[in-house]
Design a protein around this ligand. Structure first.
Ligand code: HPA
Length: 235
């Protein structure tokens, strides 16, 4: 048990999928895992462990934003020796060719600041995905219905942004989408020699204002979860 995770030693698998939303963790575990068992409910941040095609997998909520994700990822890495961490979650589209329901596989994650920024001082560290996971995810995505994009995303500290000029620069520089967690996940994985990736579903679009109706969210998120699971165990 750690400060924020109540699972006993051995109850967390070496591979963890991390949705921001604890209820999405529950849905994904019930939908995709066999013999899923609740292993954490501290602060309602649900975590489940089961198997997928015989492989042990944990699906643990991370909460929203990099400070929250940092707590769970640090404890999963340092206390439970997790080796592979894949964020699954939603993002806001930032390019005209990116539509809602599309899947984004994040090669890099830019930020203004993250919980790790302080240690880099004047360096603009470039958080990037594990290449083997990334290329396995791209292969897995080829067999799915969802249109997939691979490239850079932006991990923001705010959902309600007050800097339209920043969005403009992100768009100009080819950033595909915005979310709030991946940059810190990639940085922590690099620091500890673990593998990380973010596979995201576009739930809304910053330019067009399009948004996924809530009743459609679960169905559209299925491809993302399958891509994450296939990538984890084929790389
Ligand atoms: N901004 C930040 N995070 C998000 C968004 C957004 O528009 N959509 C989904 N996650």
């Amino acid at each position: 048990m750690t400060v924020h995770i109540g699972a006993k030693p051995g109850q967390i698998a070496p591979t963890v999928l991390m949705p921001g939303d604890p209820y999405r963790a529950k849905w994904a575990a019930e939908t995709f895992l066999d013999d899923a068992e609740l292993v954490n409910e501290v602060r309602g941040m649900l975590g489940f462990t089961g198997t997928w095609r015989g492989h042990p997998v944990t699906i643990q909520g991370s909460g929203m934003g990099m400070p929250s994700l940092s707590i769970y990822a640090n404890e999963l890495i340092s206390e439970y020796d997790v080796q592979t961490l894949i964020r699954i979650g939603s993002c806001g589209g930032m390019q005209p060719h990116v539509d809602i329901r599309d899947v984004i596989i994040a090669m890099t994650a830019s930020t203004i600041t993250s919980p790790s920024s302080g240690i880099f001082r004047e360096v603009n560290y470039a958080p990037c995905a594990d290449y083997a996971l990334l290329s396995a995810a791209v292969k897995a995505a080829a067999n799915k219905d969802a249109k997939t994009h691979v490239g850079g995303i932006y991990s923001s500290d705010v959902f309600y942004a007050e800097r339209p000029d920043l969005d403009e620069q992100m768009v100009r520089h080819g950033i595909l989408a915005v979310e709030m967690e991946a940059a810190e996940l990639y940085t922590l994985a690099a620091r500890h020699g673990r593998r990380a990736l973010a596979v995201l579903t576009v739930s809304d679009h910053l330019q067009t204002g399009a948004a996924l109706p809530s009743e459609e969210r679960e169905r559209s998120f299925g491809d993302m979860v399958e891509i994450a699971l296939e990538a984890a165990f084929s790389s």
